[in-house]
Every structure is written in C-alpha cells, then in structure tokens.
Design a protein around this ligand. Structure first.
Ligand code: SAM
Length: 218
C-alpha cells in the first residue's frame, strides 16, 4: 500500500470522512467558479485534414462534447458512442442523448451507438477522426485497451483528441491526496505510444489536459 494511504488509514474514520466531504465541497465550488461545466469547451486543434469525414465521440455521456463538435465541425457526420448506463448523468440512457441532440438541432448529423469503449462495435479504419473527453480515464486497468480500440477504428493518419483530468491544483482542491491515484500526463503519453499512436500536440484547457494523437501512416 502506498505510504500516504497508510497514513490516511491511521486517522479516525470520522475525521477522514468529514475532511473529504469538506474538501470535495470546497474544491467543487472553486472548480465551478472558474469553469463552465454545462457546455464542453474544446481546444482549437487540427483534427481533420479534409473538409468532410466521420468523427467518433467515444464515451459521449449526455452529448456535451458531441454538441460542441457538431457546432465546431459543420459538415461532418458524428457517431456518439456510450454504454448509456451511467445513472450519474441524469439517468444516463439513450433517451437523454436523443433529447439533447434534438435541442441542439443536431439530430440529422449524429448517430447514437451503444457500445463498450474496450471493444468498439466498428470495423478497422471506419473513422477519419475521434474525440474522447473524460471517458477513457474511467476504464481503470483497461485504459490502454481503450486507446488501442480507438487506434484500430481510425483510418491511417486519423487524429484523436483525448481529454482527461490529470493531477494538478484543481484536482488536488477537489479530491485532496487521492489525486495521487490518477494517471498523470507522463503515464498517458506512455500508454498512447505503447498503444501505437504518435503524439502531435498537447495542452491544458479549463484545468483538463488534452493531447492530439495520430494513427501512423505505415
Ligand atoms: C464523465 S462521462 C463523460 C461524458 C462526456 N464525454 C462529457 O465530457 O460530458 C463518462 C462517460 O463514459 C462512459 N463510459 C465509461 N466506461 C465506458 C465503457 N467501458 N464503454 C462505453 N462507455 C463508457 C460512461 O457511461 C459515461 O457516459
């Protein structure tokens, strides 16, 4: 067990839980004050080489990222994939996705697919580009498998915008020392290159880290 966890374990349970609750509340308040979370903010990156294409939003949740993509990339088709079983997103389900797309005026351009990020229901080379925000970091020990699946379904030269929460001040403000359990930028870079991607670009936006990855043209 890491040393910091054994130190935390020695504190009385009441102290641990009230400290975490206060931390979570204050951190969440700070994070919400500095960012807008009802809309996804996407970094301005070079995702598609041509004017048209099919883009995958992998782990679309309630479609925040899909809608941001639909507004940024006006002529592309988008496939929004999720398991649709996340109760923490206002009930999760496909009906919520359909409703949000309808409200955003994107129903005609987005196909919803149910599926698992670790075994995507698409043939090799189906997509021109892919985006995944705050989803692959939910895969535990299967994060690299998730990255391999994105690599497989991209065309050679296809780009992938990955957005994840990495340890930093915002995360530390919210989850305290538990931030040490999250994968950092270096770990993500290593997983991406081990999965077979080339690194093209990276940066921070709203306290989140983004990286643009490319499937090599062999
Ligand atoms: C925090 S939400 C992010 C949603 C969205 N990308 C956004 O930024 O608002 C994470 C999403 O990943 C999905 N997810 C987690 N594990 C998955 C898996 N193995 N296969 C498909 N979707 C998964 C969850 O259902 C959830 O909708």
């Amino acid at each position: 067990m890491p040393r910091f966890l054994s130190i935390i374990n020695q504190l009385p349970l009441s102290m641990r839980s009230s400290d975490s609750a206060a931390n979570f509340f204050a951190g969440g308040l700070i994070a919400r004050t500095v960012g807008r979370y009802e809309h996804a903010a996407l970094p301005m990156v070079d995702l598609l080489s041509g004017d048209t294409g099919v883009v995958l939003d992998a782990g679309c949740g309630a479609d925040r990222t899909t809608i941001a993509l639909g507004r940024a990339l006006r002529s592309e088709r988008i496939v929004a994939l999720d398991r649709c079983d996340s109760d923490y997103i206002e009930g999760g389900g496909r009906a919520l996705l359909e409703q949000n797309l309808r409200l955003a005026g994107l129903t005609g351009r987005v196909d919803i697919e149910l599926g698992d990020l670790t075994a995507l229901p698409f043939p090799e080379g189906r997509f021109d580009a892919a985006v995944s925000a705050h989803a692959i970091d939910h895969l535990g020990l299967q994060k690299e498998q998730g990255l391999r699946e994105i690599l497989r379904i991209l065309k050679p030269g296809g780009r992938f915008l990955l957005i994840v929460w990495v340890p930093g001040w915002t995360m530390f403000a919210i989850v305290s020392v538990l931030a040490l359990l999250f994968s950092g930028k270096g770990a993500w870079r290593r997983m991406a290159t081990s999965a077979g991607f080339e690194l093209c670009d990276e940066g921070m936006l709203n306290g989140n880290w983004f990286v643009v990855l490319k499937k090599p043209v062999t």
